[in-house]
Design a protein around this ligand. Structure first.
Ligand SMILES: Cc1cc2nc3c(=O)[nH]c(=O)nc-3n(C[C@H](O)[C@H](O)[C@H](O)COP(=O)(O)O)c2cc1C
Length: 406
């Protein structure tokens, strides 16, 4: 799925961001893709082909008269062998050439001769990007079914700040993975909670847990890749928002998370486009300190220890499952023993159709995991794998149950 196992022709054109294409090559390989680099002549002025040759272990092609391809038709051979072509960076000049269907060099010719999908990651200075000619060309590419990834805004090599920077390599890989993945959640709206909550005691202290947010964020990314419109409500974590997530709402406490979730559900229901799926991955504190001290609680003497009283937090998942109508609710459980029994209890207690239990309680903060997926009648074990892979498997488990009668 995504870019894994795909043969990708990476086209590098003449822009300063060409240096990032080397990192992109690596990231694509790390994601399981096989990369073949083709450069424009201008591209080679910025980074030498030897760099890409060393990274990919494949010859780099620039010239359409390259004699290394036996039948002399590199453009046909290369495009036939590709599952997708990605131009990163895509210069303003190359974008213009694509928009006009020109075939002035090897890369342009193989884009024109392709039968596979084509994506471009524009990279240029702000004025070049904003120029009406470039905007017209980009619109033309979109009309022609070419995927335009980015650009981003920020500091530019020319000293300007604004729109036109190439998207970072990691974000390009995520965007490509999304674009090349099957879309079982196309048109669905998904709301996900992730991370821990933080329940303050005083302005400097509080109670939290060891949830890193990695599983929830991976699921948000996997839902985007599956075509869903995703809103992410996140507790305090230091993770970047996965590419393509429509909205991220940061909260601290369980009460804030509860309120944010119901506000989102209400707003979507009002707009007559309610959420189809709610995935509660966040490790929400069951209790919070009954009182909050506005001032830092002082350590007076060694004998006196503050006595904390607790009060119940709202049960976010049960409250969403009790809504009428309710989205398809997926719960997560981190049990330390009797996984299946406790998991099934939770399924019934919360009134939800699907529960995902972490196998082993050392899941927090790790990059991999092992899961047990329980519904009313069956259980499926998802073998230990990186969280982003498990997230894709889980999306599949959710998607195939969505249209079943509940
Ligand atoms: C130092 C330098 C930096 C450049 N940076 C960019 C850039 O970031 N984006 C862009 O579209 N063009 C940039 N250009 C202009 C392109 O290199 C030029 O339009 C070239 O003809 C593009 O050729 P290609 O599209 O065949 O790769 C730059 C030129 C120079 C000399």
């Amino acid at each position: 799925m995504g870019v894994s196992g795909k043969r990708i022709v990476l086209g590098v054109t003449g822009g300063v961001a060409a240096y990032k294409a080397a990192v992109l090559t690596r990231e694509l390989q790390r994601a399981g893709a096989q990369v073949q680099v083709v450069m424009t002549e201008a591209g080679t002025r910025f980074v030498g082909p030897a760099t890409f040759q060393a990274l990919t272990g494949e010859p780099v092609f620039v010239d359409q008269w390259d004699a290394r391809i036996v039948n002399g038709m590199a453009h046909i051979e290369l495009s036939r062998a590709a599952d997708a072509i990605v131009i990163a960076p895509a210069s303003a000049d190359f974008i213009a050439s694509l928009a006009q269907g020109r075939a002035g060099d090897l890369l342009a010719t193989l884009c024109l001769a392709r039968e596979c999908p084509l994506a471009v990651a524009p990279a240029m200075n702000r004025q070049m990007w904003e120029n009406p000619a470039t905007q017209r060309n980009i619109q033309q590419l979109r009309n022609d079914g070419i995927e335009v990834v980015g650009p981003d805004s920020g500091d530019q090599a020319c000293g300007e700040t604004g729109m036109g920077r190439m998207l970072e390599p990691e974000a390009i890989v995520e965007a490509l993975a999304s674009w090349l993945s099957p879309k079982p959640l196309l048109g669905k709206r998904v709301l996900i909670t992730a991370g821990p909550t933080f329940e303050p005691i005083d302005p400097v202290r509080g109670i939290t847990n060891r949830s890193s947010g990695k599983m929830g964020f991976a699921l948000a990314g996997a839902c985007v890749q599956a075509g869903a419109e995703v809103t992410l409500v996140a507790g305090p974590v230091s993770l970047d928002t996965p590419w393509g997530v429509r909205q991220r709402i940061n909260v601290q406490t369980a009460q804030q998370m509860h309120d944010a979730v119901h506000r989102q559900l209400d707003a979507a229901a009002h707009a007559a486009h309610p959420h189809d799926v709610f995935i509660a991955v966040a490790a929400v504190a069951d209790w919070r300190p009954a009182s909050y001290s506005d001032a830092k609680i002082k350590k007076t003497d060694a004998q006196s220890v503050p006595q904390l009283q607790f009060t119940q937090n709202p049960d976010i998942l049960a409250s969403v499952a009790a809504r009428k109508p309710a989205p398809y609710c997926v719960g997560f459980a981190a049990e330390s023993d009797s996984l299946e029994r406790h998991g099934r209890d939770k399924l019934i207690r919360k009134g939800i159709p699907l529960l995902v239990a972490n196998i082993g309680h050392e899941t927090f903060g790790r990059d991999d995991n092992e899961l047990l997926v329980l519904d009313g009648s069956s259980q499926t074990r998802l073998a230990r794998a990186p969280k982003h892979e498990l997230a894709r498997e889980l999306v599949h488990e959710i998607a195939r149950r969505l249209d079943l009668p509940r």
